[in-house]
Write a protein that binds this ligand. Sequence first.
Ligand code: SDX
Length: 429
Amino acid sequence: MTDKAELIIGDQKLELPIISGSENERAIDIAQLRGKTGAVTIDPAFMNTASTKSAITFLDGEKGILRYRGIPIEQLAEKSKFVEVAFLLIYGNLPNKEQLDSFSTLLTRHSLIHEDMKRFFDGFPSTAHPMAVLSSMVCSLSTYYPEEHNFADKQSMDVTYARLISKVRTIAAYAYKKEIGQPFVYPQNHLRYCANYLNMMFSVPAEPYEVDPDIEAAMNLLFILHADHEQNCSTSTVRLVGSAKTNLYASVAAGILALWGPLHGGANQEVIEMLQLIQKDGGNVKKYVDLAKDKTSNFRLMGFGHRVYKNFDPRAKIIKTTADKILKKLGINDPLLDIAKELEEAALKDPYFVERKLYPNVDFYSGIIYRALGFPTDMFTVLFAIGRLPGWIAHWKEMNEDPTTKIGRPRQIYTGEVAREYVPLDQRK
Ligand code: SDX
């Protein structure tokens, strides 16, 4: 296979190198294109453009493959815990016992937020969307640790990674407590990562609260499944903001806002609202499948389709099985799950969806589980953010470790007015 591409522009012929990844993906390296020809490439939404090389996550959309640092998501889902997967993504390998203990200790030691930060919540209306609160509070964390933005100081950055992963739970839980008018519940050092979060979310000072191990296990699994997904919109946002040497807190705060979008992580909330709409409308699944096909309707089947997966999203498969299991264990019969399954079945038989390779994605069934675990719909994307945080950190770290990293600054093709003179006000029409 030639490792070069030949480009002909006018009477110019340019040879461009082709690079290959460890999974034999190929990319035409166009670094010399503008210098040699004056032309640039254009690829809105980067459908055909790799923004970087990365060794963190590999996914094959055609085959429905997803691996974190080479380990298949199915094995991590079955055998691992979120804290271990966070370490794997950030540091590149599964931790040994000593590494896992010290990482867990850092997470335990850094779970409290500064007492002054609690007052920030007073300023938010109780109707504030928790994603807006989460992003503002994560960005505010940067004001408490100004000295810890020196990437060269590995030890302090290790603390920063753990601090963020630990505190994001506390901030998320406080955002929920603010919304429902209940007192904030402090983290408890004797609890494991997910149990600590559940306790901060659902316990109240007035009575004892026991974390259900099945719910704790479901949280671990869901956080693992959301932990990274290569160059998705929010991760690319973290990388672009970070490429300006912006500190990690501010870069992640930007990623949280990108994830909030209904076409991205915000879809998990939209899916439940869509299923409730269908339920209210008598469960007429066919009507909504037809609506999704009608271009004039502006209606989309939320939780369906994916930029990269043109086969089943492997995460959706695992989440669907887990939804059945956890609802059965909790003795919950959620009619929305039946509607979701009917919708999936109808869509996967319909040529519109089959031709466009639109399958359920990670967001289609996750909300069913979150509901069963007692989370309100507007917290679903916050849960996605807690899961995705180690991935964002891993990519920010990988980018900062790469000596060839430059500030991201795309080109454009100008289509506005050509040069013209200024016209004084009294001469304008
Ligand atoms: C996530 O990138 C990632 O990795 C993201 C993510 C991660 O882990 O980070 O996996 C998480 O964001 C999952 C996606 C969640 N979003 C949704 O579920 C929203 C609903 N889905 C879509 O809007 C859409 O499928 C996207 C945004 C996910 C992907 O959109 P693309 O790649 O830009 O594709 P497109 O909008 O150009 O659609 C191609 C065709 C179009 O029809 P035609 O113009 O060819 O006639 O498929 C149609 C679209 O109209 N289409 C849908 C559809 N999704 C695409 N039609 C109906 N319902 C849908 N859901």
